[in-house]
Design a protein around this ligand. Structure first.
Ligand SMILES: Nc1ncnc2c1ncn2[C@@H]1O[C@H](COP(=O)(O)OP(=O)(O)O)[C@@H](O)[C@H]1O
Ligand SMILES: O=C(O)[C@@H](O)C(=O)COP(=O)(O)O
Length: 440
């Protein structure tokens, strides 16, 4: 077994995000969704994976459930040979004072016999930076960004030290930019001081890619690192540079071949970026907005109508895949939540997307572009996909993935990732792929 790194990701888009960065770092990486311990072990044995990413759906689950699922994943990864672990959460934290990042981090620390770790959500390539312990999204502090309107985890505080202290058992401190820019040695010594001073978590300022590399090197001997795909990629690069690379082997995405069947775009994210992506794609391809009232009141009959619409807008009619979306602006989301209840609305929409995915799968669809983390979790489960190979990146943090049985191609897009043309560029990337066979 070659396994070095085990990643526990709190949602499925987050899992593909970090898996893509680990592949780019040069590690053979497999992604498993909610696997049993046996699946983790079997994968480590037969796949020669150097990194296994376990995608969970724990971001907004009840805390006990999130802790249990994360511990089970970490133990399975350890049994499979992993010596180092990353707990991957969102680059926009997506975890309020009642959230699961603190409880899961505490449980992992205890289970691994540790008393200290780092908190590094930053992903500068996508505009997520941390300064003086505050998380920024582009030009805005987190609590002034679109994330303040998130339907499930509205972020109204940008101070990670405060958020982490509120959620967890221990004391968090910030390691400022002036230390990080001095390099790995300075960071390591600052972390040692923090730990001996009684801190349990250090939030590291991160303004640019080079800071991630510094942090990756400073955390070289840390068994558990927590944060986003940025620090995950840095840990991966440091690990890869330490490994024996004498055996020639193809780059992990060299042999990427897309499936040939029809495709669909499903968008259940209500983020600002996804709203822009939907608006843009509506100009290019057939698009069906979902009626949330009918999802709740009229489930099965409405599902039949939606599937019929998809069937009528297939490959013989349109070059770009049809889009079905619940995506709406903050005002509309609030009003639907007032009318039907926030949790009920989210769950009903996610379940409806799962049913659409299942329906089109039965009709022979093989290519799925999905926007939204929770939505991707629901869709992937409905498709019965439990393991992915990770392919080329469409945009930073969004690779194409393929079910390991080769049946399906999936692009699971975090709500906030990609540019306005993401939905069409995902399909174009696939069609332009060297080996992609487009039946149209
Ligand atoms: N129009 C809407 N009104 C209310 N909730 C919505 C609407 N559209 C989507 N949602 C819900 O919002 C949540 C979005 O979360 P997610 O899929 O993780 O997207 P993101 O990646 O942007 O966080 C889902 O639970 C989804 O069902
Ligand atoms: O780190 C990130 O921003 C993403 O990998 C992520 O976690 C995606 O979550 P959603 O925004 O819920 O899709």
């Amino acid at each position: 077994m070659k396994l070095r790194l085990g990643v526990i990701a709190d949602d499925f888009t987050g899992a593909t995000d970090i898996a893509g960065f680990l592949v780019s770092a040069g590690l053979r990486t497999v992604q498993l969704n909610q696997p049993s311990a046996e699946e983790v072990l079997r994968t480590a044995e037969i796949s020669e994976a150097e990194a296994i990413v376990v995608g969970l759906k724990t971001r907004s689950a009840p805390s006990r459930q999130a802790v249990d699922a994360s511990l089970e994943a970490a133990r399975a990864l350890r049994t499979a040979g992993a010596k180092r672990f990353v707990f991957k959460y969102c680059s926009t934290f997506d975890s309020t004072a009642q959230g699961n990042i603190g409880p899961v981090t505490d449980a992992l620390l205890d289970d691994l016999g540790l008393d200290f770790t780092v908190v590094v959500p930053a992903l500068p390539v996508n505009g997520r930076t941390v300064y003086r312990g505050h998380l920024f999204v582009g030009d805005d502090p987190l609590d002034e960004s679109g994330m303040r309107h998130h339907p499930v985890t509205p972020m109204t505080d940008s101070n990670l030290v405060r958020l982490m202290s509120a959620q967890s058992r221990g004391h968090a401190i910030a390691v400022p930019y002036d230390v990080v820019r001095q390099g790995a040695e300075a960071v390591r010594s600052s972390l040692d001081d923090a730990r001996s001073g009684g801190a349990r978590y250090a939030v590291l300022d991160t303004l640019e890619e080079s800071h991630l590399q510094t942090i990756g090197e400073a955390c070289k001997d840390m068994v558990l690192v927590t944060g986003g795909s940025g620090v995950g990629g840095a840990v991966g690069r440091v690990l890869a540079s330490d490994m024996d690379r004498s055996a020639a082997r193809p780059a992990p995405t060299d042999s990427w071949i897309g499936t040939a069947g029809p495709g669909i775009v499903l968008s259940g994210s209500a983020s600002e970026m996804t709203n822009r992506q939907v608006a843009r794609y509506r100009e290019l391809a057939p698009a069906l907005p979902l009626d949330v009232g009918r999802i709740i009141a009229d489930g099965p009959a409405y599902l039949e109508e939606v599937l019929a619409w998809v069937g009528g807008n297939g490959p013989s009619v349109t070059r770009l895949d049809p889009l079905v979306y619940a995506t709406a602006g903050a005002e509309r989301v609030r009003s639907l939540q007032r009318e039907h209840g926030a949790e009920r609305t989210s769950e009903a929409i996610e379940e409806f997307f799962a049913q659409i995915a299942h329906g089109v799968l039965e009709n022979g669809y093989t290519r799925f572009v999905v926007a939204g983390g929770e939505t991707s979790g629901a869709v992937t489960q409905a498709l019965g996909v439990s393991a992915f190979r990770v392919g080329p990146q469409i945009a930073p943090g969004v690779p194409w993935t393929k079910s390991t049985d080769g049946r399906l191609d999936l692009a699971l897009k975090s709500g906030n990732f990609g540019d306005e043309d993401f939905f069409s560029s995902a399909q174009n990337t696939m069609r332009e792929g060297r080996n992609f066979h487009d039946p149209r």
